[in-house]
Design a protein around this ligand. Structure first.
Ligand code: GCU
Length: 605
């Protein structure tokens, strides 16, 4: 039902504000557990800054666009593009770091991949895109398939009837322009990596298949497995089987008129936790379809100012992470690059990571789950969003829905975040409170938060007062005393007045340091300054905030590219708040935080 509401909102917005997300089919969950062909590889591409391949000279969609990949004889017929004569680029991968002419390019790029497929009347076949930044128009064999808006969530199209038996031509027009009405909007402090940045798959499923499922603990229990399995067709009476051998669960159910089968069974479960990230093999089958997954069980809730994991208070020892590969500083394109960042988080002593400021790739979440890292997952509703535009809201809602749909079975995700550092206002409150309400209805098993900003009582009595505090489960605040607010000496002078009967987390603090730049603790940009900022902030948290603070995710694990950071010989296009440099070198502050987390972990063990 809710997906219908979203589709209606999107359709309305597409009609009202020009073409945006359209033609999507409901998302297939756990695609890597299905029969698929990876369409990754070297795709032909070329930039089209005036979007000539899509619009005619009257700026109307051109039926003879580049997506036809026309064959011409250059005698009686001609064209002004040629994929065969164009270079190739590695997919998945951003275009910025694969072609130096496109490093700062923001506009449309055309991509083409040819692949073989076999039509199969007993099956449905979908094109699944794990992510493509930002607006992606998809064409198959010269026919328009659909459009997706948003750069960090998956989307798929049923192409069963558009596939050719044998060779197929898949063409994408990807546009990564920053625009005020987009999400994220025209300014953000991370690099606008454009292109097909995650896997592309051709997924084959039976005509009747298991589209999504949710397997977890029944709300309020820690020993009752609860499962909902949704088939692609809304037919009652279809048999569905759920098997979790290690829990001696073998259940058979039947679907209701919505195509949903529900299960519940008491079991003696080893609950997932950072110290013991236990996952169970789960198999679900219906008709000729079956899907396997690895699923953990845990409870998460709040009690006053505490966060409880499996009923016990936990301090979230976190770090914020951007999805940027270490060493090469490009959008992450493979799981090995996820593991490097997550291993650094483990080395820090983290039990939690804030995956900022957008949903990271699926493997990042799954690897974190296996490694015992709790996750804060966030949609890029960041800074100055156009709060009073319905199409912008529909886009945010769709990205939120796609984020939850994809990862609803990842037990290590405990927080859905709906925003970062957004300016107070009635329109913003309406926009965000609606998102929070939607997230809570869609997934009541997780906590809702957002990264707020300080709203102080005075220069030295700091506070967090935000109308959104009533809509979130955890009050999270980004605070930069010592960097954007005074220098480090101010940290020892401030006090906090936080009067919520809810957990409070510090979702960001930090300061820039260029690895290898040394000086005194008062010398800005040095490792010593950054280390002193961490030392003083940790003391502030421990001595003048600790009754309220339930976790923290300092900004940031690794230096990352940002076009906002221009200081030559220090930033050079990088935000230098990393505890690790872009070349993997650990700064002094890394060890300050590591010592603190080691102490914290002994406190709670
Ligand atoms: C902000 C913002 C981050 C940004 C950081 C900074 O709080 O949330 O995205 O990178 O501060 O200024 O370094």
């Amino acid at each position: 039902m809710k997906k219908t509401i979203i589709a209606a909102a999107l359709l309305l917005s597409a009609v009202c504000y020009g073409q945006k997300t359209e033609g999507l089919d409901p998302l297939i969950q756990n695609v890597y557990g299905r029969e698929y062909t990876l369409l990754n590889g070297y795709w032909n591409y070329f930039a089209d800054p005036l979007e000539t391949g899509y619009y005619n000279y009257r700026r109307k969609p051109d039926p003879n666009g580049f997506f036809l990949d026309k064959k011409v004889d250059n005698v009686t017929t001609w064209k002004e593009y040629d994929f065969d004569l164009s270079p190739v680029m590695g997919i998945p991968g951003d275009w910025n770091t694969q072609d130096e002419k496109l490093f700062h390019y923001e506009g449309m790029v055309w991509f083409r991949q040819k692949f073989h497929a076999t039509k199969d009347d007993s099956a449905k076949q979908y094109l699944y895109f794990a992510a493509s930044n930002y607006l992606t128009r998809v064409f198959l064999n010269g026919k328009y398939v659909g459009t997706h808006e948003g750069g960090y969530t998956p989307f798929n199209f049923d192409v069963t009837d558009k596939l050719a038996d044998g060779e197929n031509t898949l063409i994408l027009a990807v546009d990564n322009k920053r625009l005020p009405e987009r999400i994220p909007t025209i300014i953000c402090d991370w690099f606008n990596y454009g292109g097909i940045t995650r896997d592309v798959l051709l997924v084959k499923v039976p005509q009747d298949f298991i589209r999504t499922y949710k397997v977890g603990l029944k709300q309020g229990t820690d020993d009752i497995v609860s499962a909902e399995v949704r088939l692609n067709s809304k037919e009652a009476g279809k048999e569905v089987r759920l098997s979790i051998p290690e829990l001696k669960i073998e259940l058979t159910g039947t679907t209701d008129s919505e195509g949903v089968a529900k299960f519940e069974k008491k079991a003696k479960i080893s609950l997932w936790c950072p110290e013991s990230p236990k996952l169970y093999a789960v198999s679900i089958s219906a008709g000729s379809d079956s899907i396997d997954d690895e699923i953990g069980f845990r409870t998460v809730e709040t009690r006053g100012t505490e966060i409880l994991l499996n009923g016990k208070p936990i301090f979230l020892r976190g770090i914020s992470i951007h999805e940027e590969a270490a060493f090469r500083s490009g959008r992450i394109a493979k799981v090995e690059e996820d593991r490097i960042l997550l291993n650094w988080a483990k080395e820090l002593g983290c039990n939690y990571v804030r995956l900022a400021h957008y949903p990271h790739n699926e493997q990042m979440v799954r690897e974190a789950e296996k490694m015992g890292l709790l996750v804060w997952s966030e949609i890029p509703v960041y800074w100055t969003i156009l709060w009073d535009r319905e199409d912008v809201y529909a886009n945010a809602l769709n990205q939120l829905d796609e984020m939850i749909e994809r990862d609803i079975n990842r037990c290590n995700i405990v927080i859905w975040s709906i925003a970062n550092e957004t300016p107070h206002g009635d329109a913003r409150d309406r926009f965000l409170s609606s998102l929070a309400k939607y997230a809570r209805e869609k997934d009541p098993s997780r906590l809702i938060s957002m990264a707020m900003e300080r709203n102080d009582k005075s220069a030295e009595i700091l506070s967090v007062r935000d109308n959104m505090s009533e809509y979130v489960d955890i009050i999270s605040v980004n605070q930069y005393v010592g960097w954007y607010d005074g220098t480090n000496e101010k940290i020892d002078r401030v006090s906090w007045e936080i009067d919520y009967d809810k957990p409070v987390m510090i979702s960001e603090f930090g300061g820039d340091a260029l690895f290898g730049k040394h000086g005194t603790e008062t010398d800005i940009w040095t490792e010593e300054y950054q280390a002193d900022l961490y030392r003083k902030t940790i003391r502030m948290i421990e001595e003048r905030m600790s009754p309220h603070i339930s976790g923290m995710s300092p900004w940031v694990l690794k230096d990352f590219r940002s076009a906002r950071r221009l200081l030559p010989q220090t930033q050079d296009g990088f935000n230098r708040k990393g505890l690790v440099s872009d070349r993997g070198e650990r700064k002094q502050a890394f060890y300050i935080l590591q010592d603190f987390y080691k102490k914290k972990s002994h406190e709670t063990e």
